[in-house]
Ligand binder design. Structure first.
Ligand code: ADP
Ligand code: MG
Length: 294
């Protein structure tokens, strides 16, 4: 556990090579439609597993309604994304250094949703991200539940979208609704499907097949089966300890599965050109059609 002081980086690290000139940042958005499916658990553990495999990783919590990335990692934010929007601090002041050097940008619970943010606040975020000088390879974006504009926008701006689904009718229908609007309205052509809380391996594939059948019929989108995370008591214990399961209980079944997912995510084709830079990620957010800024 880090000391309260070392947890909080008052400034972005200096003397780092920065992103420009480095390989583009890969942005992975995690969404699900329905709440409580496991987005934050997946985001936190995927980010930690990527970090452990040597990827410089930043975990961005965009759930201003029900943020809990910082809670899950036992971090104590001094400032959050909500403070950035309110003009109370600079983005780099929200940066927390988590375990294994994972960078975390926390949101804030009980604040306005991304959708309710003013256009100039989006612009402010773009500007702020472009000023960050944190060398990262991968950025994992944890999203709010639902299919509000903010969620769609973050997914659209990412190179890869992981849709988390579990074996509940509402989860499957919400995942379908999310995939539908992403493919029809936002030009997303490839989705990674991750089954969570499965009782056995076959359950995950069955869930995927269910989604695949209906999307193949009605939508023009490619679904990839990323795999399954078992329902795991160790994961719940890790949440209670405010640690990622991959750190707290590395041999737990869910931890093994998360490392496997991270390994596979590392093999996805690298983003080409500068579009993967964090500042471009943010610029794509505001440049998208339908945005109040565009
Ligand atoms: N693989 C899993 N095994 C056991 N419990 C899980 C698993 N994934 C999620 N949970 C439980 O579901 C709860 C909600 O997960 P969370 O990641 O916060 O979902 P979301 O971010 O989609 O709302 C967690 O607090 C945990 O208790
Ligand atoms: Mg969540």
């Amino acid at each position: 556990m880090l000391s309260p002081d070392s947890r909080f980086a008052a400034q972005a690290p200096s003397g780092s090579p920065g992103q420009r000139g480095d390989a583009p940042v890969r942005v992975i958005a995690v969404a699900s439609g329905k709440g409580g499916v496991g987005k934050t658990s997946v985001s936190v553990n995927l980010a930690m597993a990527l970090c452990a495999s040597g990827q410089r990783t930043l975990l961005l919590d965009t759930d201003l309604g029900l943020a809990n990335v910082d809670v899950m990692l036992g971090l104590s934010p001094r400032f959050t994304l909500a403070d950035v929007f309110a003009g109370r601090c600079e983005l780099h002041e929200t940066l927390l250094e988590g375990p294994r050097g994972l960078w975390v940008v926390p949101a804030a619970s009980g604040k306005r949703h991304m959708t309710e943010l003013l256009p100039q606040q989006h612009v402010g975020l773009v500007h702020a991200f472009s000023q960050l000088d944190v060398p990262i390879d991968t950025m994992v974006v944890d999203n709010a539940a639902g299919i509000a504009d903010g969620v769609l926008t973050f997914c659209q701006a990412a190179q890869d979208v992981i849709v988390v689904v579990c074996d509940e009718p509402a989860s499957v229908t919400d995942a379908y609704a999310l995939i539908k609007v992403l493919s029809r309205d936002r030009g997303v052509s490839r989705i990674q499907v991750l089954a969570n809380q499965v009782q056995h391996a076959a359950e995950g594939k069955q869930l995927f097949d269910k989604l695949q059948r209906v999307t193949a019929k009605f939508l023009d989108v490619t679904l990839n089966y990323l795999g399954a995370i078992p329902r795991d008591e160790w994961l719940r214990r890790a949440i209670q300890r405010q640690e990622a399961v991959v750190e707290a209980f590395p041999s737990a079944p869910s931890a093994v599965a998360f490392r496997d997912i991270a390994r596979r995510a590392g093999q996805w084709q690298s983003p080409q050109g500068p579009r993967g830079h964090v500042e471009f990620f943010m610029e794509r957010l505001i440049a998208q059609p339908g945005s109040a800024v565009a």
